[in-house]
Ligand binder design. Sequence first.
Ligand SMILES: [Zn+2]
Length: 130
Amino acid sequence: MEEAERLVKKYFEFVSEKKFMGLKCKDCGAYILPPKSICKKCGSREFEWVELSGKGSLYTFTVIHVAAKRFLNDAPFVVGVVQLEEGPRITARIVGVDPNKPETIKTGMPLKATFIESGGQVLLAFEPEK
Ligand SMILES: [Zn+2]
């Protein structure tokens, strides 16, 4: 298995244990998420797994009305790009918002990580921070 593939697999293993982990570059301190085998900032291949704060803000979002088969029962739902406090942006399900009232969903709104179970698996999601 390729290194990048191994790292992505490990990442999803953490998610299945309801842990939000990312790679941190040992050389420049950048967070690499989704995991890659090379730091795009400094080219280093020396990383460590660190638990992320799960805090971020909504960068952009879309409402999914027609979902892939295994998530069919969830539709409509919101998928967003979350700007994490640690720097990277990650795409994830946004819960605790009303997909039928997208005007109530604001870019920039503070979010925190949570986990949902859907389609027989644990998914990383984000919900509004109260
Ligand atoms: Zn680096």
